[in-house]
Design a binder for this molecule. Sequence first.
Ligand SMILES: [Zn+2]
Length: 277
Amino acid sequence: MTRRPAAMWIRAAGIVLLGGMAIAGGAAGAADSIPTTPYPGPARSIGGAANGCLAGAQALPLSGPGWEVMRPLRNRFWGNPALVAFLEDMARRTASLGRLLVLDMAQPRGGHMTSSHGSHQTGVDADLLYRLASGPLSDEERSAPAMDSMVTAAGGLDPVRWSASQTALVKTFASDPRVERIFVNPAIKRALCGLVTGDRQWLRKLRPWWGHDEHFHVRIACPPGDRDCIAGPPIPAGEGCGDDLAWWFTADAAVPKPSGKPRPPPPEACKAVLQGE
Ligand SMILES: [Zn+2]
């Protein structure tokens, strides 16, 4: 019972070992063929986060009140306007904790990325460092950010890097009704399950996943009225602090297993979006 949901989710999310896997369609694979500008027209998140695209994308400005975009040369600071508005709003609401450090969102037209992610394809995903900044960044800090793990070798939270600010940061995001789910390292979820008192409702949205020990991955729900956007699977009832979480600390979960399946072609409506400039 505890293993099957996780294994299914591995396949559903498509976040597996992608090395050597055929690039579906052959068109969107090469780095130099990724469109560098958004597809014009109204905003649409098309398909699922792990197989889709994005039309009418909006860029998150590289710096704003309470946030900084990291590694801007990757050109992955695009999102559905609902995601951009969400991040700007969250930056205001967490300003007392520090400045948000935003890693990858989506490419200008979403779609599959040639590195780092199985999802982030429809402009509803954003990665953020748990670490917060206290002031302006140097070019070096922005282009090559320190990726500080929050998890110790013993599997606990690093007491120097993780403070009440990190707990408050994750809680503020997870408590927002616009958020569908947040991926965190299983050790981080386990630690929060153990230390959070009072309101624990928000723990449910924290979903354990490999990696995610220096950053968390926020996925907002499909924007209202975005009819081509496919929502993720429903989150099981409960806080997720029990058997499902325990599976992540077994030998079975030590490394992600490849699904063995080729990447499916993008939805039909993505053909026009992913082609062109
Ligand atoms: Zn991510």
